[in-house]
Design a protein around this ligand. Structure first.
Ligand SMILES: Cc1ncc(COP(=O)(O)O)c(C=O)c1O
Length: 366
């Protein structure tokens, strides 16, 4: 069986170091808001290239807190519009609606799978206050034109980096391309914790301060509450584990990139198309999506041949029950991606033999 993601094997690569890190926390008797969080925050901010990193409980909270922070600062107000790709994991959009903001869904480009930057300007209204890009599949969703549009229209550029740890555009890391970015350390991510965890990176000092308070019940000083906040903190064992994993992130991403290069070179089946490779992007292949008009048959064929796959994602946000009012809308490119996408095994522990099996089975599909 070639697993899509073998978390046990991935974890055991550095199992002893994780055990030592968790043991250190156990022996310290200090489980929240301690030195492990401080250390990871400093190291992650340095890695991403921002002045600040605020460790929080998960990626959804990180997204929510960025916009809540801008609302508290008076930069965005409830009812304002945020441009977001129509093809994303639901959490990106939940964070917008949970803040009583209005998501304006913009189609992706099929070639990039990311928000179609050429369609952003036509979606801007007087109520637009921000653009939330999502570096989906570990691919860059930014280009210089987007930066110029945001500057010209005075929009906050926010990044959902849940799938893009280590990704770069012209040498700048995702998470440092815009004004503020949300990161998820869900266990299956390129940088994954042993439970839920997340972070915000930003170089806006005021925003960082508000988010730090908001994530701690709205408190800057013990038992004094300035904002109506939430409880969203990263545990010390998770921070300790993530700090170990961060050391290996570039090495792990390089292995993913080598596997991706092998796939690009060797998958040769006219029924299957691969995502395009864009100049200036250094993608980290959180997932490796392939496209096929007979996706469900292909998935069955791969399963019968011992290859695990997953669909990211079977139902687009506008077709979800929780957003009933949008169910009749039509986003053709988003729907095409959702109908044809299949994620094939991609991670740092897949060996050459397994990679060859995946390629041979894909090429044998008729
Ligand atoms: C694109 C995207 N945004 C946000 C999230 C939410 O992160 P979390 O699961 O840590 O809340 C995820 C995934 O989990 C994601 O893939």
């Amino acid at each position: 069986m070639v697993k899509l993601l073998d978390l046990q094997a991935i974890t055991m690569q550095h199992g002893d170091e994780y055990k030592a890190a968790v043991n250190r926390v156990i022996e310290s008797g200090w489980f929240l808001q301690g030195n492990e969080n401080k250390k990871f925050e400093a190291n992650y901010a340095k890695y991403i290239g921002t002045d600040d990193c605020i460790a929080v409980a998960n990626g959804l909270d990180a997204l929510y807190l960025i916009m809540r922070g801008y609302i508290e600062l008076g930069i965005i107000k409830e009812g304002d519009e945020i441009i977001v790709p129509a093809n994303t994991y639901l959490a990106t959009i939940l964070a917008i609606t949970k803040n009583n903001l209005v998501p304006v869904l913009v189609e992706p480009a099929f070639e990039t799978l990311e928000i179609d930057i050429d369609k952003i300007e036509e979606a801007i209204t007087t109520k637009t206050k921000g653009v939330m890009i999502v570096h989906l599949y570990g691919r860059v969703a930014y280009n210089d034109k987007l930066g110029e549009i945001c500057k010209k229209h005075n929009l906050k550029l926010m990044e959902d980096c849940a799938q893009s740890h280590g990704c770069e555009w012209k040498g700048v890391k995702t998470g440092a391309l815009g004004d503020a970015a949300a990161h998820s350390f869900y266990p299956g991510k390129n940088l994954g914790a042993f439970g839920d965890a997340g972070a915000v990176t930003t170089s806006e000092k005021e925003l960082a301060n508000v988010i730090r308070a908001l994530a701690n019940y709205g408190s800057e000083k013990k038992y004094e509450f300035k904002y109506e906040g939430i409880n969203s903190r990263m545990s010390e064992p998770d921070a300790a584990v993530l700090d170990v994993k961060l050391k290996y992130l570039d090495e792990d991403n390089a292995k993913r990139q080598m596997l991706a290069a092998y796939y690009y070179e060797n998958i040769k089946n006219p029924l299957i198309s691969l995502p395009s490779r864009i100049p200036n992007e250094n993608n980290v292949y959180h997932l490796f999506p392939i496209f096929c008009e007979h996706r469900d048959e292909l998935q069955e064929f791969l399963k019968d041949n011992g290859i695990q796959t997953m669909i990211h994602y079977p139902i687009p946000p506008h077709k979800q029950e929780c957003y009933k009012d949008w169910n009749t809308r039509i986003y053709p490119i988003t729907e095409k991606i959702h109908a044809q996408e299949l994620s094939i095994p991609m991670n740092q522990v897949i060996d050459d033999k397994e990679a060859k099996i995946v390629v041979d089975v894909l090429n044998a599909f008729k």
